[in-house]
Design a protein around this ligand. Structure first.
Ligand code: SF4
Ligand code: SF4
Ligand code: SF4
Ligand code: SF4
Ligand code: SF4
Ligand code: SF4
Ligand code: SF4
Length: 387
């Protein structure tokens, strides 16, 4: 029996790929979520052991190969340090030591973490549905009660209102006809016993504010126009809470830019620039559109010929407001020098260690698209000369 340590293994479990290092005293696992991994390659550039290589992310999206994880991790080269876990902007990696989540690099020598700014001002938020819908990463948690007509047992629409309603009946006009009380349980026409003394129908119209939703039906139905109902709404804010799930958020700012209440503040973790050289892009590939985790790339809507005025229409474009400079499109694009990406800064908190500064240097090296096969199932990138 083989009793030598360390022992290594790699296995697939659903969407996860699990790398394992077994020592005599402990077991470490590095787990890649192949579904949320975008192929941005930040982990590959960050790994101090060069244990990670980029997979065929573009080829998978283009349908050239059936399936491959966006990255390959060599379970034997990996030192199970956790640097890649900290650096992954999509939270696609987890490191466990003896079954518990751990980050040995931070425990041993320290390492900074992304300085995420993802805030929703609850006073300003009106609990609409925009941020939840625009978010490309399922990073919005919208806990707002359901209202009638959507699910069984849901709240009445009226319950959202904090309002004051007043109901007045003009005694001179009201004939105590009883129509309003027939229509609405909030009204009771209490007639006095008929007496020859008065020779008329007399009594009171009694109203219960708790049962009234100010629908105005009584006002419209009263044949004598004797009723007035007025409502002052103090607040119509939906109950509940809308929050950003930071571990899913990639700081793309879709929510922040589109929030109608200006309630969201998101700051991107990378600063820099991206350019698309659209004239070099063969139309129709759209791999970058498919891989972009921030929904920042688009195929421009074709203009009518009369509006072109001699211009050449771009076939691909990026909206820089939403680009997070992750690099996934650069890694996946099969065309040379079509996409160029330059990061100039990484927002982190904590001490910027020598290891981090080396990684930052690599990540801030400008790069351009040109995927080429390096080995089976791996790709290599074209880095640009730094000035
Ligand atoms: Fe590389 Fe450390 Fe990640 Fe292993 S845990 S792949 S050594 S960064
Ligand atoms: Fe995937 Fe990028 Fe995270 Fe690496 S850093 S695991 S390539 S998403
Ligand atoms: Fe709507 Fe803004 Fe609140 Fe999101 S944060 S629910 S977009 S108001
Ligand atoms: Fe979602 Fe982007 Fe907003 Fe994060 S910044 S919550 S990923 S829309
Ligand atoms: Fe009834 Fe509507 Fe009149 Fe209120 S306003 S008393 S709910 S009919
Ligand atoms: Fe394809 Fe690259 Fe053009 Fe995007 S930029 S459509 S990935 S060739
Ligand atoms: Fe990442 Fe920006 Fe490219 Fe989208 S456009 S894949 S966010 S670098």
């Amino acid at each position: 029996m083989d009793t030598f340590f360390p022992k290594f293994s790699k296995k697939r479990d659903g969407v996860n790929v699990i790398m394992e290092q077994k020592l005599l005293t402990s077991v470490s696992n590095l787990i890649l979520n192949g579904q949320t991994c975008t192929g941005c390659g930040i982990c590959a550039e960050s790994c101090p052991e060069e244990a990670i290589s980029l997979g065929l992310v573009g080829a998978v999206r283009r349908g050239v190969v059936d399936y491959a994880e966006p990255i390959n991790i060599d379970e034997k080269k990996c030192s199970y340090c956790g640097v890649c876990v900290v650096m992954c902007p999509f939270n696609s990696l987890t490191l466990k030591v003896d079954g518990e989540e751990a980050l040995p690099i931070i425990e041993r020598e320290g390492f900074p973490e992304y300085d995420m700014v993802t805030k929703i001002d609850q006073d300003k938020c009106v609990r609409c549905t925009i941020c939840e819908d625009v978010c490309p990463r399922d990073a919005i948690s919208r806990e707002v009660p359901a209202f009638e007509g959507t699910v069984d047992g849901a709240l009445e629409k009226q319950s959202v209102l904090a309002a004051k309603t007043t109901f007045t009946v003009d005694d001179e006009k009201c004939t105590r006809c009883g129509i309003c009380s027939e229509l609405c349980p909030a009204i009771d026409v209490k007639r006095k016993p008929f007496s020859a003394e008065f020779g008329a129908v007399v009594g009171d119209v009694v109203w219960d504010e708790k049962l009234c939703d100010a629908c105005q039906v009584c006002v419209e139905a009263c044949p004598e126009e004797a009723i007035t109902v007025e409502r002052t709404v103090e607040s119509a804010k939906l109950a509940g809470k809308v929050e950003i799930i930071e571990e899913n958020c990639c700081t793309c700012r879709w929510c922040d830019i589109n929030c109608p209440a200006e309630a969201i503040t998101v700051e991107k973790i990378f600063e820099g620039d991206i350019e698309f050289n659209a004239e070099k892009c063969p139309s129709g590939c759209s791999t970058c559109v498919e891989v972009c985790p921030a929904n920042a790339i688009y195929l421009p809507t074709p203009k009518a010929a009369k509006d072109m005025k001699g211009e050449i229409e771009p076939v691909i474009a990026v909206n820089k407001d939403f680009c997070i400079l992750c690099g996934a499109c650069v890694n996946a694009c099969p065309g040379e020098d079509i996409i160029t990406l330059t990061r100039t800064n990484i927002r982190v908190k904590g001490k910027e260690t020598d290891l981090f500064l080396r990684i930052k240097d690599k990540l801030c090296t400008p790069r351009t698209s040109m995927v080429k096969e390096a080995a089976k199932d791996e790709v290599e990138l074209k880095m640009m000369e730094t000035a």
